[in-house]
Design a protein around this ligand. Structure first.
Ligand code: X2W
Length: 282
């Protein structure tokens, strides 16, 4: 018999305890703009998400799209800058952010999931008042901090067998206001409101590194705080680890920071002994 088939059958058999563990679990996946890649990588990501749904997991995709926002802002001649990892967002910018995230990026992911035979519905924080924000910091303009979450719509979609795909754009206390929300922040807030079993933060680095530059496969919130104080966790990793700690405080069971460009990153993490990236758990 063909050796590959034997290996495939063995892989499926070995996955059984993991499949049993995650049946009914809620897994929130932050899919960052830098992790998205080309159409082939997008199709592979979508296939992993559809497989999760097929084996009884309730996945929620919360996406970013920073590089795609940059492209359109540039074409329109609108200058943009980041302060502490967040985009300074004026009125003109927030309109572009909403167009790019809820239009181009959200629909591309929804279509990719449907192409793999899954059912997906795209929504933003504005739909069914999923995420209501206040201004995060006056210096940042229309950047939102989620203060009220209404996740029933996500539970309704789970029940219907539909994969929700969420763009990080939200309303304020005044429903006519629009806020740009950092994708990691939005994913953390949604995961906490759902008391998710896992929050997977897919990015373009292999995980949290120690002083020796090695990826730590598992660490506690205390270790994250120590490494941050020592300056070992720095730069773009800080918003990710801050999101992770806030999500754990909010009742998420574990957070994984992993490289979304690795083939089948999500499956590797959930359904094998190997795991992927850095798992943060108390
Ligand atoms: C982000 C939203 C998109 C995002 C932005 O305007 O770029 C803020 O910075 P990535 O691809 O995950 O970085 N919002 C407030 O988070 O995209």
């Amino acid at each position: 018999m063909n050796r590959d088939w034997i290996a495939t059958a063995r892989t499926l058999s070995e996955a059984l305890p993991y499949l049993q563990r995650y049946t009914g679990a809620i897994v929130v996946i932050k899919f960052g703009g830098n992790a998205m890649g080309d159409d082939e990588a997008m199709a592979e990501f979508a296939r992993d998400v559809v497989l999760m749904r097929q084996v009884g997991v309730n996945p929620v995709v919360v996406h970013g799209g920073g590089p795609m926002i940059n492209d359109l802002l540039k074409k329109l001649g609108i200058q943009s800058e980041f302060v502490r990892g967040k985009r300074v967002t004026d009125k003109a910018t927030v309109e572009v952010v909403e167009m790019v995230l809820t239009g181009l990026v959200n629909k591309r992911i929804v279509q990719a999931i449907m192409d793999q035979g899954g059912r997906a519905v795209g929504l933003s924080g504005k739909d069914d008042d999923l995420m209501v924000c206040v201004a995060d910091d006056p210096e940042l303009g229309f950047v939102g901090k989620p203060v009220e979450m209404n996740v029933q719509v996500l539970r309704d979609l789970f029940t219907a067998g539909i994969i929700p795909v969420v763009a990080p754009v939200a309303t304020g206390m005044d429903p006519n206001e629009t806020f740009n929300v950092n994708g990691d922040t939005a994913a953390g807030a949604i995961a906490a409101a759902l008391k998710a079993d896992r929050l997977l933060l897919l990015t373009d680095v292999s995980g949290v590194k120690n002083e020796a530059g090695e990826v730590m496969t598992q660490l506690t919130p205390e270790e994250v705080r120590e490494l941050t104080e020592k300056g070992v966790i720095a730069g773009g990793m800080i918003p990710k680890t801050e999101t992770a700690l806030a999500a754990l405080d909010g009742g998420v069971r574990a957070v994984v920071i992993l490289d979304g460009r690795v083939s089948n990153a999500c499956l590797l993490e959930l359904f094998t002994d190997h795991g992927a990236g850095s798992l943060i758990r108390s």
